[in-house]
Write a protein that binds this ligand. Sequence first.
Ligand SMILES: [Zn+2]
Length: 649
Amino acid sequence: MASERRYLLERVDDAAVAQVYADGFDELPLEQKILIWHLYKAALAGRDIYYDQRHALNLEIRNVVEEILTNAAGIDPGVLAEITRYTKLLWINSGPYNNLTARKFVLKCTREQFIAAAKRAEQNGATFGYACNAGVEVCLDRVMPMLFDPNVDPVVTNKTPGDGKDILQASANNFYVGVSMGDLDGFSERYPLNSRLLKNGDGLVEEVYRIGGKYDREIREIVTHLNAAIPYAPEPTAEALKALVRFYETGEEADRVAYDIAWVKDKDAPVDTINGFVEVYMDARGIKGAWESLVYYVNRHKTENIRTIAANAQWFEDHMPWDPAYRKQGVHGVTANAIDVVIECGESAPVTPVGINLPNDQAIREVHGSKSVSLSNVNEAYDKSTQPEFRREFAWTPEEAARAEKWSAVASELTTDLHEVIGHGSGKVAERLKGSPQNFLKEQYSALEEARADLIALYFIADPKLVELGIVPAEDHEAIVLAEFEGYTRNALVQLRRIREGTQIEEDHMRNRQMIVRWLMANSKAIEVRNRDEKTYYVMVDAQAFREGVGRLLGEVQRIKSEGEYEAAKVLFETYGVHFDAALRDEVVGRVERLNMPSYTGFVQPRLEAVYDANEAITDVTIGYPMDLMAQMLEYSGRLSAVSEPTRT
Ligand SMILES: [Zn+2]
């Protein structure tokens, strides 16, 4: 049944829209469901904060287009279709800036057509702007340049604006008002993470995100729901939630630290949340936190696999295909939780990360550690929403494509676990490197280390030990291994689509994957390059030779790391990992473009509903899947009556 349900819902330009499912929710005990319900409400309560952080006019823009879409009777169908396209992209990207490129996208109809549509919507009952009575044109005046002029506020975050330009002035986000980098000389922020910085006649002012400060209304609502959640949370989770409430109340750094520590201490929480000003990518300075939220429960089955692998870390170390001199004693696998998200909002949705490791505060990480999660159901939705044509295009046989469809999600989850849990922590380096091989391997280090972790995963995924440990069913093992080896091989070709200019790979993960496949081509009989109908295929033809080759290369890579052999690392990557053939890339780009593949995916979240008894007590929480981006976004904006009563907490 799971394979028949819909994941891919629609395409909007180069974005895909997919549904994410949280299958385990129904089996959770009622207490956990109620806890999730309140955290879910808290997660949605901050949605507008992130919209406002992304651009000062973002909420106004969203209001205008949503008003038109919900009062659309009689609007020219062609114009309405264009406004719909634009609005869907705006929702997917939480504003008019593309998630991948940070660049603004605009409406492709004329201003006159748009005004006519707005007037029509107004006759149908739409209201624009905030308390605007001066007619549609005047109301829309403020947002028109954002909607139509690609040169107005063109980039949301611009870290390299060029020729002496200021990174804050060149970035269109709403973290700074009238501030340039020069203004910050000699100014130290008291609220670096959670404030907007404004320059006025008195100098710089920090508008703190907290109760009584900026975003007071949204934060008050978040806090109301967090407080409602606390009675249903186990003690350590309750402590963390209380600390979070305190931080939202005061906005003080010391309370943020106390919250981070309480959150990271709550290691065994079956239900957990992230809610606050967390990642700093949107700020060109890398200081200000964008608001985001996630609510999730531990996927016990998948987490068990991770724990089993971690518990056997020493066995893997003892069986590494490298010089025994580089084997470590007393290894512990890194544990992470596999989780299923129930809701994501703010910066983490609709486009979502697939793994999270927090807190970001390095000082807390060193003393208290960190929590690491992989978003299982998001990974699943990514995989299942991939169009089958994509795999078929690069698979040599229909069997290979079918195997990928059936097993690639399982295989890649397992390789990721092995990579993270066993890969990075393994091996020993020579004494004279003093524990810092990166000082010797310099710019080659990251790609080499990623190659090492990938090779370990590829090597052990084919090991019968995984069956013995109960991680992989014996009857499926061979198919899973084939799917992984074939997919890894194809990727070296397919990934070239990402580099549209030049003939060099810069990104470390891409370099390492290219290096491994090209090395195997040159040094084993595992992979053949074939041609059919003027198309190139990388075909994995011998799984045994593949594993044997991986073992040999791993021995070599480990020696390079353990001995800090910079020259050898450089030669390895220069020969196999960095350079590629432009004609081959052009061929791959052409094939991908003919298939009209999406560049990124936005996810429709599950939807919860609480069931109340006559005394207003929650007796159950049900989960549903809207399967419709527009319906969900309009519900979140409070425009659909389907929203659960907002007065309840
Ligand atoms: Zn890695």
